[in-house]
Design a binder for this molecule. Structure first.
Ligand code: GTP
Ligand code: MG
Length: 414
């Protein structure tokens, strides 16, 4: 792996993410991608140069640094156009990778399911297609290492055609796999168990929590984007209600819109969930910004209005004063340690409470022949009273709203 320099360009944008935070996050991303970071710089600019992004003078300066220090790659903390990337590579003479490309590279390493792998490769090729000119074009799944050398100019036409064909094939595969997953989801929806999606910034502790709650063994690690494919686990609440927890891909600030688009299938678990459990890492210096970034992604997914439970995680690593500050900041949050299973009772109480808002007391008149509906009420609800009248069972029960709707639909059909 070649020695790499990280470049963050400060365009003077006013926002919550100050340049230093963004630059630290780039370092974490690079570390997660296994990059050997040798040097990091922040440069300030008033405006973007269409041809070189940072301006020609600065590019020449970078060329000098790379030569002096024997660096083999540059990673920009911004998104570069194909032209900018190509021009920069020409001047600097080393592979030039942008933030999207780096994120895609991490995704490529993490994807496990067929669908995940196809999604990543497709996103990579769509990213690559308009840029098929420079060196930093082929990513790990296609070559090896970040931005491994691309094809020579002569072969480009052949490459373009090949890529086009591959994109078509992947799109078809993805459609097929998505249809299959939808079928499975539908089958799952037949059993109306409420689902709770564990969401949050990458590395917040989502998988650790899923593992601790449901005694599973999803990979959890101190790196960004450990999880790419969603994992689903059953759980029985103390009220005997069955629920499912879904562990999801971590969010990141400024996740390019087209990437969210590409990973919609994975993120659908969030969209479909009844309740969101938002995990925050209180040991991270940018908790507030991270929380906002999560809400931004939820906005993109049109899911901001779902019921949300906020959990302040990793409380084993902060002192009382810090925790108190966060408790004030995040009103109504539950403080937990996923790793040490601290304060899970309160978390589960909160989940029960939240779910109770999703249940209703209803009186059903069920034909005795419909044993299936009776079973459904017994399995998912709490029966309050039961009487018989001719061939009907009149049953009053507290059931999840999902179950109520299902039964109503079935009865309407009869
Ligand atoms: N000290 C401490 N560490 C924790 C706690 N919860 C999680 N961690 C650590 O935080 C790191 C990230 O945990 P994960 O569960 O992989 O985080 P995640 O949110 O699933 O991350 P991605 O899948 O990358 O989005 C791991 O090193 C965990 O051991 C906690 O309560 N206390
Ligand atoms: Mg995870």
């Amino acid at each position: 792996m070649e020695k790499t320099i990280l470049v963050t360009v400060d365009l003077g944008a006013k926002g919550r993410w100050v340049t230093e935070d963004a630059s630290q996050e780039l370092r974490e991303l690079a570390r997660s991608a296994g990059v050997r970071v040798e040097e990091e710089i922040i440069c300030h600019r008033d405006k973007i140069s269409p041809a070189y992004f940072i301006g020609k003078g600065k590019a020449e300066e970078l060329a000098f640094i790379c030569k002096e220090e024997g660096l083999g790659a540059i990673i920009f903390n911004n998104d570069l156009s194909g032209t900018q990337q190509k021009n920069l590579e020409e001047i600097i003479g080393v592979k030039t990778v942008d933030r999207t490309q780096l994120i895609l590279d991490i995704f490529a390493r993490r994807a496990r399911s067929n669908e995940g792998k196809i999604q990543v490769e497709l996103a990579q090729l769509l990213y690559l297609r308009p840029r098929l000119t420079g060196k930093g074009v082929i990513l790990s799944r296609l070559g090896g290492g970040i931005g491994t050398s691309g094809p020579g100019e002569k072969k480009l036409e052949v490459e373009r055609r090949r890529i086009h064909q591959r994109i078509t094939k992947l799109k078809n595969d993805l459609t097929r796999l998505t249809a299959q997953r939808k079928m499975r989801q539908k089958a799952r929806a037949k059993i109306p168990v409420p689902s709770i999606a564990i969401i949050g910034y990458t590395n917040a502790g989502k998988s650790t929590l899923l593992n601790a709650l449901t005694r599973s063994k999803v990979f959890a690690g101190d790196r960004l984007f450990s999880t790419l494919d969603p994992t689903i686990r059953q759980f029985v609440l103390p009220t005997n209600q069955r629920v499912i927890f879904v562990d999801t891909v971590g969010f990141l600030h400024n996740l390019p819109h087209h990437l969210i688009e590409s990973f919609k299938a994975t993120l659908e678990e969030v969209v479909d969930a009844d309740v969101l459990l938002h995990i925050l890492d209180v040991t991270h210096p940018n908790v507030e910004q991270q929380s906002e970034a999560v809400y931004d992604v939820l906005g993109e997914l049109n899911s901001r209005n779902k019921p949300i439970i906020t959990a302040l995680n990793k409380i084993d690593k902060v002192d009382e004063a810090v925790l108190l500050r966060f408790k004030r900041l995040f009103d109504n949050a539950v403080a937990i340690s996923a790793l040490h299973m601290q304060n899970f009772e309160e978390l589960i109480d909160r989940i029960v409470l939240q779910l109770s808002a999703l249940v209703d007391v209803v009186e059903f008149k069920i034909p005795q022949a419909r044993m299936d509906l009776l079973t459904m009420i017994y399995e998912h609800g709490r029966v309050l009273s039961k009487n018989y009248s001719r061939d009907l069972v009149i049953i009053r029960a507290q059931v999840p709203i999902k179950v109520r709707e299902k039964i109503k639909k079935a009865l309407d059909k009869d």
